[in-house]
Write a protein that binds this ligand. Structure first.
Ligand code: FAD
Ligand code: EPU
Length: 347
């Protein structure tokens, strides 16, 4: 295929090293975009009009159910620009291809707070708004000022403010319209004096083990990193995509019935009088923690994590996920929704 400056284009590319579930899928064409200015020429190429297009970050929230029958476009752009400082606040523009955890550490090193609870989440900055990444009581939407996109519908670059992104729990405009927006950069507003958030279960205890003294943003990040490392399997050791299901948000009467039948079931108030349940708890109670079907299974370390023990196909992993969702529905009447995007040709 024609080469475009600012991009690297490869035919028939292996994707096994580009998804953290380590599924051996392939793409007809793989494009690494190193310079945003290449986008207009790239989208003029006939193949871009003819073939399905998948935007890829670090592949930590994707399940390739099969090969991708078209173009995979990976944002590999870099750069963090300070747009302005005012008192304790700063506004930053971060390129989509920057690594999320590196950016968190960049902000901590400069004394900016707001991202410390989101340390160690895999993936790129460009993917962070897609599902409004969240952890330990904080969602990234709280610090996003604007998202820069290439609108694939009309071939124009635009800027969406945070309100236009309609962020929710593991949700956004981008997740609801997966084939429209290519995120090119994200603007953040961070503050040196933002309050630290230490209420999420486990943070205070972990801070106490780190020693006396006032907590700092770096200490909160260290506490969260320790909790995460203990709880979640490491994708460098065993293929996984983090939580495979969202925590289900159910009607209050269903939650009350389940709480009555299962003393100690975790449940948290959610939006509009609904109740958020723990998908991990439901899966573990259904007897599926550590479940295995060949190389595909559920982590024995955390019941919400689908794992590839080595060589599992996307179809096999999807089969295990369906078995889990079916079993939880039969046992508790609760529908589990996948968190990662499931892509590729299903057999
Ligand atoms: P990918 O997996 O490559 O893509 C995810 C989605 O975003 C796809 O739909 C893709 O098309 C789209 N996309 C990616 N980049 C762009 C772009 N530039 N423009 C448009 N669309 C794009 N998530 C949490 O919220 N909280 C957690 O605590 C958390 N912990 C995790 C722990 C582990 C061990 C793992 C493996 C994953 C975890 N995740 C967590 C999920 C994942 O890290 C996030 O969803 C992350 O934002 C995905 O980034 P990525 O670059 O890998 O995106
Ligand atoms: N639990 C079990 N069995 C398990 C693990 C957990 O029963 O094997 C129960 C426990 O009762 C625990 C509860 O589940 O109290 C919650 O567990 P945890 O704190 O690990 O959080 P989670 O609900 O499983 C969510 C996010 C994570 C995020 C953590 C921390 C979702 C889908 N997942 O997990 O995000 O890191 O909270 O905030 O909301 C991801 O999205 O990929 C992800 C890892």
């Amino acid at each position: 295929m024609t080469q475009i400056p600012g991009c690297v284009i490869l035919d028939d590319a292996a994707l096994e090293g580009r998804n953290t579930l380590r599924v051996a899928a392939r793409a007809e064409i793989l494009v690494d975009v190193h310079d945003v200015s290449a986008l207009p020429a790239l989208f003029e190429l006939p193949a871009f009009g003819a073939l399905p297009l998948l935007v890829l970050g670090e592949g930590s929230n994707l399940l390739f159910a099969g090969d991708w029958p078209g173009i995979v476009l990976s944002m590999a752009t870099r750069g963090i620009d300070v747009l302005g400082e005012s008192g304790q606040r700063t506004r930053l523009r971060v390129a989509a291809g920057e690594n999320w955890n590196d950016f968190v550490h960049w902000s901590l090193a400069r004394g900016y707070r707001g991202l410390e609870n989101l340390v160690l989440i895999p993936g790129t900055v460009g993917a962070a708004p897609i599902q409004n990444i969240g952890a330990y009581g904080v969602e990234v939407a709280e610090t996003i000022a604007a998202v820069h996109v290439w609108d694939r519908h009309d071939g124009h670059a635009r800027v969406l403010d945070a309100t236009a992104c309609t962020f929710g729990y593991r949700d956004s405009l981008f997740k609801r319209e997966p084939d429209r927006y290519l995120i090119t950069a994200v603007d953040f507003e961070l503050a040196r004096d933002a309050p630290l958030r230490v209420d999420y279960a486990g943070i205070r205890d972990e801070l106490a083990t780190l020693g006396d003294g006032e907590p700092t943003a770096s200490r909160v990040a260290e506490a969260v990193a320790r909790l995460r490392t203990r709880k979640l399997p490491n994708p460098a050791v065993i293929g996984n995509a983090g939580s495979f299901f969202k925590n289900p948000v159910v009607a209050a009467d269903l939650a009350a019935t389940l709480s009555g039948a299962h003393a100690g079931m975790p449940a948290w108030p959610s939006v509009d009088g609904m109740v958020k349940l723990s998908a991990a708890w439901l899966i573990e109670q259904a007897g599926l923690k550590g479940y295995r079907d060949g190389a595909a299974g559920i982590s024995a370390q955390h019941a919400l994590v689908l794992v590839n023990h080595g060589g599992a196909t996307g179809a096999a992993l999807l089969g295990v996920a369906k078995h889990v969702a079916r079993t939880v529905k039969e046992r508790f009447g609760v529908v589990l929704e996948a968190e990662p995007r499931i892509v590729g040709k299903r057999s």
